[in-house]
Design a protein around this ligand. Structure first.
Ligand code: GDG
Length: 450
């Protein structure tokens, strides 16, 4: 069954570097599975062409599937991506009230860009069986525009971030428009039961009786490509300097939702309360640059780095610092090595739609303990993790203290039960479940007709 996959990011982009064309892959987990699916089944991928040479490849046929790239002006990019998507919707859907910025002119641009996506989708349709699968908060108005255009192909809408409570959602001036558009899809999927319930409550409060949407709402937690993390061709040995200390590890995009400041303060509190732990562990903290055009993100970087500097200055010794901080993207192979080296993965977002990092760590590790925020979507089904409240520095620090002395047998029992779960509910499982929501619906209709 062919698909029309619709994402804001492209599966790969083209850049022109010193006169030559460079192909840049988008290596995210979701992109990989969607790539597999569409390569197998065929169809078109509609996305934003953000590469500097993408205009030369606006409509591309790569032999497996077609790509239709939407080209945006600088103003459109700003209004659609930096402003309405990432300065209005992102903080709203993560309960950061004080960070929500709203300007009607940026909403208009978001609306226009969503309409451009809908027009490109309509043009791409080859037959009416093609399933249109739209992803995430940047594209919430696309289903509504497609219905207005009279498109009858089945539409799946997958929401990757939290859906907030109905009271909080009501803050959004365009609350009705977004809800109506998303609800016009034939199937709507979330990562957790709570987000599904919140969406239903929002619908009931703002639109009315939710009966008509009930049957469309599903929740399936996104999985990972388990094997890709489990197997690694050449595993690098832990460097000598790190061999006699416990390694605490994390990797996050630089984002205020990820709880980075509280986490480094917990390291400070751990050392203040337990000076004997000096030189007994190191915290390897990788932070990946993200949304660098949004001012709030750069303020966060400064605050984080000031805290790390203070803590390392106060507790460091010659040849040892509590926090090894790296602010750059690392290769996939290096990341898997870090997962394998880590004794503890410290994944403590203040809130997260799901969080893939904790699942990747579970797949890669042969010895590690997962400390996981109770506010990450993945906490709902990862029972073997040690759960923490990321808002409490005391809770974070005392959990770290017990984790550092947890018996190996308990760590392995937890890890093995987590591995079982993450292996079973991998990315293929997720894609199958989500696409089946449409097949089930179609067979229900057929059954009803029989
Ligand atoms: C959003 C939602 C939801 C990061 N830095 C590097 C790197 N990464 C990879 C990780 C992981 C992915 O990026 C991050 O995924 P998360 O799920 O942890 O977080 P978000 O980026 O906020 O994703 C989230 C997700 O969408 C999917 O629905 O789970 O809740 O916020 O795969 O490994 N990979 C490499 N180098 C890096 O420096 N190789």
């Amino acid at each position: 069954m062919p698909y029309i996959i619709v994402t804001s990011r492209s599966p790969y982009s083209y850049d022109r570097v010193r006169g030559k064309i460079n192909k840049r892959m988008n290596i995210g987990g979701v992109a990989i599975v969607l790539n597999d699916l569409i390569s197998r089944e065929g169809g078109t991928w509609v996305c934003w062409g953000d590469g500097t040479a993408d205009h030369e490849f606006q409509e591309e046929d790569n032999g497996k599937f077609r790509i239709s790239r939407i080209l945006l002006t600088i103003q459109e990019r700003r209004g659609f991506y930096d402003e309405y998507s990432n300065s209005t919707l992102w903080p709203l859907f993560h309960y950061f009230r004080e960070k929500i910025q709203h300007d009607q002119k940026y909403f208009k641009i978001y609306q226009k860009v969503n309409e451009l996506f809908a027009a490109a989708i309509e043009k791409s349709i080859r037959n009416k069986d093609e399933v249109i699968w739209i992803h995430d908060y940047q594209l919430s108005l696309v289903p509504g525009f497609l219905k207005e255009k009279g498109v009858t192909n089945p539409i799946i809408f997958t929401w990757h971030i939290p859906w907030v409570s109905d009271e909080f959602y009501s803050i959004l001036p365009e609350r009705e428009l977004l809800l109506k558009s998303i609800s016009s899809a034939d199937s709507i999927t979330f990562h957790t039961k709570e987000y599904r319930t919140n969406f239903r409550d929002s619908y009931e409060k703002i639109i009315g009786d939710p009966k008509s949407v009930d049957r469309k709402l599903h929740y399936y937690p996104l999985g990972i490509d388990y094997k890709a993390y489990e197997d690694i061709e050449r595993f690098r040995k832990i460097p000598l300097a790190m061999q006699n200390t416990k390694i605490i590890f994390s990797i996050d995009r630089l984002d205020y939702t990820k709880g980075l400041i509280a986490r480094v303060k917990a390291i400070e509190s751990l050392l203040r309360n337990n000076p004997e732990l000096s030189q007994k562990f190191m915290y390897l903290m990788i932070v990946t640059p993200s949304r660098t055009n949004v001012g709030q993100y750069m303020d966060l970087k400064n605050e984080l780095e000031m805290n790390i500097g203070r803590i390392n200055g106060e507790y460091g010794r010659i040849g040892w610092y509590p926090i090894t901080y790296i602010y750059r993207k690392v290769s996939q192979k290096t990341l898997i090595n870090y997962y394998k080296w880590a004794d503890i993965a410290l994944i403590t977002p203040l809130i997260d739609g799901l969080n893939l990092v904790c699942k990747e760590f579970i797949a890669a590790s042969n010895k590690g303990l997962l400390i996981l925020s109770e506010f990450a979507g993945s906490a709902e089904d990862l029972n073997g993790a040690v759960k923490v409240n990321p808002n409490s520095i005391e809770n974070l620090s005392s959990t770290l203290f017990s984790a550092l002395s947890m018996p190996e047998s308990e760590i392995m029992d937890r890890l093995n039960s987590l591995k079982e779960k993450v292996r079973r509910r991998d990315i293929q499982w997720w894609a199958r479940k989500v696409t089946e929501t449409i097949k089930r619906k179609e067979s229900n209709v057929r059954n009803a007709g029989n």
